[in-house]
Design a protein around this ligand. Structure first.
Ligand SMILES: C[S@@+](CC[C@H](N)C(=O)[O-])C[C@H]1O[C@@H](n2cnc3c(N)ncnc32)[C@H](O)[C@@H]1O
Length: 295
């Protein structure tokens, strides 16, 4: 019997599988090797990830191991992100469905949600989430402000279907209106108290240097054009007319784009332009307000 056959046939405990997979993922250059292994094994065993720690010594059945092995292979060989393998991702403590039609929501986008919530008054609000994808931002805001009316807009009809399913499952659909089209076009002349957007902001020239995992997410969610700032500039030029007087705009971007975006917002007549930083002190969101008085 070969070593590989013996390894396949013997009983593996939860802990042994985790250790083996962690070192295999590390060899393959996967960053969060242990965490990824835990998430995949918990899914294969249909248990909560923390339950693994109680079940460390438990043997894993051959059927469970087959399912797990298939997930491990796709993670290591095809570099499919864990969220897409599992079809789910948590954002703002909301369990969201994700598919290859949407960007997997990132933790840094919660900075935009926090900034938007702080900018809100107590009055009923009209909100636009431009480029809603899975609905992550719109749904987080709907959860925190059930009195708000939120338009979630995207150029991708397939992404909007995912967002709609998420809203239904989370019982937040009554706060939301869906709108499909390019940029501000589908909302016509309507004005909003708050506009939030996590637009595509990568440059096409960066594509080859990016982590292989990104090739599993929609290109139109990632790439804005040759410079990467094309969509940001469109927002800076067009958002002011879509805001009510005193209305607030918040946009996620890459840290190196924050100075340029701040300048464009000031040129477009925004006031209170500011950067919102992550825990590593990198600017991840730029915001500004339409002045209350005068044009
Ligand atoms: C970076 S993803 C953000 C998704 C989601 N808001 C989030 O934060 O996870 C950008 C989204 O903008 C959408 N998008 C790209 N180009 C667009 C356009 N011209 N008009 C409207 N939406 C667009 C993409 O389909 C994608 O869903």
């Amino acid at each position: 019997m070969s070593g590989a056959t013996r390894a396949r046939d013997r009983n593996w405990s939860v802990l042994e599988l985790l250790r083996w997979t962690t070192s295999y993922f590390e060899e393959k250059g996967i960053d969060a090797a242990r965490l990824d292994a835990e998430c995949l094994l918990a899914d294969a065993l249909e248990i909560d990830r923390l339950r693994l720690y109680i079940d460390f010594e438990k043997p894993v059945t051959p059927e469970e191991r087959d399912h797990y092995r298939a997930l491990v292979r796709r993670r290591a060989d095809e570099r499919v992100p864990v969220a897409l393998l599992l079809g789910k991702k948590e954002f703002w403590s909301l369990p969201l469905e994700v598919t290859s039609d949407v960007l997997v929501p990132r933790p840094e986008t919660e900075i935009l949600v926090e900034a938007a919530l702080q900018a809100m008054t107590d009055a009923p609000l009209e909100i636009l989430d431009l480029g809603t994808g899975s609905g992550a931002i719109a749904l987080a805001l709907a959860k925190e402000r059930p009195d708000a009316h939120i338009i979630a807009s995207d150029v991708s009809a397939a992404a909007l279907e995912v967002a709609r399913r998420n809203a239904e499952k989370l019982e937040l659909a009554s706060s939301l209106e869906w709108s499909c089209g390019d940029g501000f076009e589908p909302v016509g002349e309507r004005c909003f108290d708050i506009i939030v957007s996590n637009p595509p902001y990568l440059a096409e020239s960066e594509a080859r240097e990016l982590a292989p995992e990104l090739s599993h997410e929609p290109k139109q969610a990632l790439f804005a054009g040759p410079e990467g700032t094309e969509f940001l500039l469109r927002i800076a030029e067009q958002a002011r007319e879509r805001l009510t007087p005193g209305g607030w705009l918040g946009v996620e971007l890459a840290p190196h784009q924050a100075d340029a975006m701040s300048g464009w917002l000031r040129e477009a007549g925004f006031e209170d332009v500011m950067m919102h930083r992550d825990l590593s002190d990198r600017a991840r969101v730029v915001s500004g307000r339409r002045p209350r008085m005068g044009e």
